[in-house]
Design a protein around this ligand. Structure first.
Ligand SMILES: [Zn+2]
Length: 252
């Protein structure tokens, strides 16, 4: 097996590993997004709940104020009934009217706050529904992530083991070159030679599409030595169909 064929085995294992890891990270990203949205809803729930409780306490304060004024008004009415002079009566009446007017303001204020309480209650109910809905989405996403992880894990282990095996046969310098390219360019570390026009010996790099000199292709075809693209620097290889298509002509 030529050095290029050996590298190609490593490359193909790496592509499978990348595909599996990509599927996992996609599911994880989706789950993370659901959790983030859920936290957003929950912090709005906390905020709205705090507003609700504060407003509730304010309504409570106004209700006790009304009760206090009512007591005061009742007391004044009794005093008016037992007033000894007209002047005394009028003084109680004036005081009572002041309290009644104040009671009116407080009641108006309490009613306005109660209306806002109703709005907040409706808002909380909406948020509860949103939270429940989003939590269901999170559960589905988590289940999906776990399922994918479970289904992929065995295959990942297999591929990691396979990679250790296929790497063994590759000469150190070629492997180092590949690893460097792979770290830098990922999928573009290797590329197939593509036939543009077989009769006119026109070939191009499958990665950057630049035209390749015939020497690059001949070298690959004859002994499979390490051949890089003249332009993008990726390691070139021949797909078996390409090689099969080229061989008869080359050997003629
Ligand atoms: Zn290229």
């Amino acid at each position: 097996m030529s050095v290029t064929e050996k590298l190609l085995r490593v490359y193909r294992v790496d592509r499978q590993l990348a595909g599996l890891k990509g599927r996992l990270s996609g599911a994880q990203r989706f789950l993370d997004h659901q959790i983030q949205l859920l936290h957003g809803i929950e912090s709005r729930q906390t905020e709205t709940n705090q507003k609700f409780k504060k407003l509730q306490a304010e309504v409570g304060d106004r209700e006790s104020e009304i009760a206090r004024l009512d007591e005061r008004i009742t007391l004044l009415r009794e005093r008016m009934n037992s007033a000894n002079t007209n002047k005394e009566y009028k003084a109680f009446l004036t005081e009572m009217n002041t309290h009644k007017a104040e009671r009116g303001h407080v009641e108006e204020d309490a009613l306005e706050r109660m209306a806002r309480l109703d709005d907040l209650k409706a808002e909380l109910a909406t948020l509860d529904n949103e939270q429940a809905e989003r939590d269901r989405m999170r559960q589905v996403a988590e289940h999906d992530r776990d399922e994918r992880r479970a289904s992929v894990q065995d295959r990942l282990n297999e591929l990691e083991a396979e990679r250790l095996e296929v790497v063994k046969g590759v000469p150190g310098d070629a492997l180092a070159m590949y690893e460097h390219l792979h770290a830098e360019r990922d999928e573009e570390a290797m590329a197939p030679v593509q036939i543009q026009d077989r009769k006119r010996h026109e070939y191009n790099c499958g990665s950057c599409m630049i035209a390749l000199p015939i020497e690059s292709v001949s070298a690959l075809l004859s002994h499979g030595g390490l051949t890089t693209c003249v332009s993008c620097g990726c390691i070139l290889y021949l797909e078996s169909e390409t090689a099969a298509a080229l061989l008869p002509t080359e050997k003629r």
